[in-house]
Design a protein. Sequence first.
Length: 255
Amino acid sequence: MYKRQANITGVALEQGLWEPGTPFNFYTIFGYQPLPVGSLPYEIDKAYTGRRMWRAYTTLNPALDIGPDDGHNPLHQLNFSYPAAADGKVEREAVMELLGDHYEGTQYDLTRGAAAGPFGDPNRVDMGLREAGVTGGFERAIGSYRTTYTQICELRPLPDFHGGILWYGHGTGDAAVHTPLFVAQLLVADRFGLPASYYYGSQYQFSADSAWRPFAFVDNWLRLGYKQMLPVVHEEQAKLRAEAAALVELSLIHI
């Protein structure tokens, strides 16, 4: 749940954003003003976030009554609940998979179609100013080539030192291997207890000492033959995820 001020309705009333007796929808009341309704930018913008939310919500709970065209802005939106209820326990591996999702298996699947090329590349690179005369746009999936890192916060009913884990993944979600970082590491004086390789990395200068670089390398090579290479990447991912999970469980012995 999100924290809010106790007088949040009073603020909305004072600013003329809400009338007593009408539904109090935080997003509709305080959300940004969208582009002109009916315009092409508006039609693209309404799915920019909403479709990714639809994918995440319905993956975790297929029974939710949310459609892919339910945009997420004040004038065109389904009232997405916060938080949405999953239809069961959500395993961390499911979230890891979701972070690399490209709408596979849906009508918006970015690994299909002419733009995906012969090897199913889901990445759609922006053309910048050259797009000025182009109408329409590509889907913005949860997984994106622009992703520098992903993270998952896991809270467990244990002492603070071990109860909080940040699973940190370098690079894009589909090729990342998430590393468990304990809250306890933040209390270690030497670089918060993290390897030196986690403290620097640049997109402009190569360094073999940066942990980010190997994942960036895999990200780039995947584009040469995405559908053929991805199963190999996923096989290695599964092994390393299992090793990380085993190390986390092993740490419980020392609590």
